[in-house]
Design a protein around this ligand. Sequence first.
Ligand code: ADP
Ligand code: ADP
Length: 232
Amino acid sequence: PKIVELKHINKTYGLDTPNPTQVLFDLSLDFERSTFNSIIGQSGSGKSTLLNILGTLDKATSGDVFINGFDTQKMKKNEVSQLRNESLGFIFQFHYLLPEFTALENVLLPYKITKKPMTKEIIDRANELLDIVGLSDKKNNLAMNLSGGQQQRVAIARALINNPEIILADEPTGNLDSDTTDQVYELLREINEKYKTTFIVITHDRHVAEKADRIIEIKDGRIHLDIYKNKQ
Ligand code: ADP
Ligand code: ADP
């Protein structure tokens, strides 16, 4: 099966209020394994809503979300949590690192959430990931003492700790300067090639979007453009 499939997604906020607003309209979309996809569109067009539904962080009002062929709408809450923890990694603009924990501890956090026992293998993996993002020498520094770009690289390593098949990123470089932005995207591309991780990345930066295999433009809660580039 496709790694992610959305079928006829509608999303309305505020259904229990006098002023419900529909933000996604009969949206259907699927993603091929190991591809690098970007989602663009104006502020308020529904990109984050779409990504949150894709990532099972929020529910569609109607429609189906399949991940690896599993119909997440039909799964129990704890089964969806397990699928999310095992298959998905998230990177956000504001990285939500724990400031008073070290880089290494932050990277290990999503693993701790799975409540599996700490092993040498997982600590080795965390160290390897910190090496890949170029922060081996900072692994014992507290997150709050790292620069914005370094913190974002810790967040990327953290998103990879459980070896997710899919990374969902919402403006991952939104608060970084353009040089650091380029470095972070190069890093995401390397990870895509090395681990065959599927990437779905929201960006407002067309220059960044152009580097993806596919660009999807959302306009007023609908797919406005869907352009395939290299690879697919
Ligand atoms: P984008 O990511 O493209 O900027 P969003 O998905 O964040 O768009 O928002 C789409 C629309 O949905 C906007 O009009 C926004 O105000 C509205 N919206 C987003 N989240 C909520 C929410 N939790 N409750 C009500 N309205 C929301
Ligand atoms: P559960 O339903 O198991 O309690 P959570 O809602 O805590 O699951 O989220 C599961 C995963 O999604 C976690 O690994 C967490 O890293 C990620 N996640 C959820 N919301 C956010 C967020 N706002 N910022 C960063 N990661 C998030």
